[in-house]
Design a protein around this ligand. Structure first.
Ligand code: F6R
Length: 365
């Protein structure tokens, strides 16, 4: 079952190009220049006219939701709110006409997510699922949905389900955008880039040995920061969660600009600071943030766009990833952070597939 990999987590990280191809398979219609999502076909017209989306989920799936918020707002221009399911269920949510709920879950069994769905349904919301496990409780409870199709995820730390959750939200954003105002040329560009993502992830996997060396070098440090801006901010949050859950290192993810409002006080000589700083609309800004950490003695580990030589001036270590359009970059950028967390935990001697205190599906509150 492990196919020669030492752990399920590593196997699942390396499965991402094929898993993502399966997730995207048959859903990108380049002939008609659109996205086809069979599981929501009956409701696509209503979704296009949505006045607001509430995305709800927990943990890694919540991070995917944050990326979905940026994408749906940016591409489809529909307002989105992202709520932890554990908060939403006790918050007396406001569901007005035109509010749609999107629930994201790998297992389809998370108790808080299920309770949030039920509460929103009771108030009249139509709920769409983005679920991996076919026939799971959440898949059956939602009104419509898009399966992730990545196959069983055994490692407790979610990897391939995350990239697929982001892919599903990306497809949804593109299709809603296309039906509203995005022209055919832009749509074609999105579809082309989306199809290229699995191949780009594959080339990140070729860097695993380089990333492993960085992980080993810093694995004894007990406090790490992960930072990004815009779409790379949720990527930073997810990178920090991966590291903390399997290596038991304290890691904090934050929007890079928030650093100076407090967390910069944590930086001392040698503190590892991981920046997700691929080229995009906020590139110049994040360079400034990296320099600020450097000036305080922090060690900067930077995920950057292939060919960006200038970044070496402010980075102690660079992990290069292939360029894609900004909207697709999160699916590529998370992969080096998964690998980094994996090797840090292995080097510390922990069982990455069964981290302490954690269960694969959280079926109690
Ligand atoms: C982190 C992780 C958890 C889950 C969360 C939601 O690696 O696996 O944070 O993402 O418990 O689980 P699902 O997606 O099954 O609802």
């Amino acid at each position: 079952e492990l196919n020669g990999y030492e752990h399920y987590m590593l196997k699942e990280i390396f499965e991402q190009p094929t898993a993502l191809s399966t997730c995207l398979g048959g859903r990108i219609d380049t002939v008609n220049n659109k996205i086809v999502l069979g599981g929501i076909a009956n409701l696509t017209r209503e979704l296009t006219r949505a006045k607001k989306f509430i995305i709800t989920s927990c943990g890694t799936a919540w991070h995917a939701g944050l990326i979905g918020e940026y994408l749906i707002e940016q591409i489809a221009r529909i307002p989105v709110e992202v709520e932890y399911a554990s908060e939403l269920r006790y918050r007396n949510p406001i569901i007005e006409d035109g509010t749609f709920v999107i629930a994201i879950s790998q297992s389809g069994e998370t108790a808080d997510t299920l309770a949030a769905i039920e509460m929103c349904k009771e108030r009249g919301a139509v709920v769409m699922g983005a679920v991996n496990v076919v026939g799971s409780t959440i898949a059956r409870t939602t009104d419509c949905g898009v399966y992730l199709r990545v196959g069983p995820e055994i490692g407790v730390a979610s990897t391939k389900a995350f990239t697929a959750q982001v892919a599903v939200l990306t497809m949804l954003a593109i299709e809603l955008g296309r039906r509203k105002h995005v022209g055919p040329a832009q749509t074609a560009a999105y579809l082309k880039e989306l199809q290229a993502v699995p191949g780009k992830i594959a080339s990140v996997l070729n860097m695993a040995e380089h990333i492993k060396q960085i992980a080993i070098e810093y694995s004894a440090e007990n406090n790490w920061l992960f930072m990004g801006r815009g779409l790379n901010y949720p990527v930073a949050l997810e990178g920090a969660l991966k590291l903390k859950e399997i290596s038991y290192i304290h890691a904090e993810g934050l929007p890079a600009a928030e650093m100076k409002h407090g967390p910069i006080a944590l930086i001392s000589k040698g503190t590892p600071a991981v920046f997700v700083a691929t080229r995009g609309s906020q590139y110049e800004k994040i360079i400034g943030n990296i320099e600020e950490v450097r000036a305080r003695g922090g060690k900067t580990i930077v995920v950057a766009t292939q060919g960006d030589d200038e970044i070496k001036r402010c980075a102690d270590h660079v992990i290069y990833v292939p360029d894609t359009i900004e909207e697709m970059q999160p699916m590529v950028n998370i992969v080096p952070l998964q690998i980094l967390a994996y090797y840090a935990a292995v080097h510390r001697g922990y069982d990455v597939d069964k981290p302490r205190n954690l269960a694969k599906s959280v079926t109690v509150e």
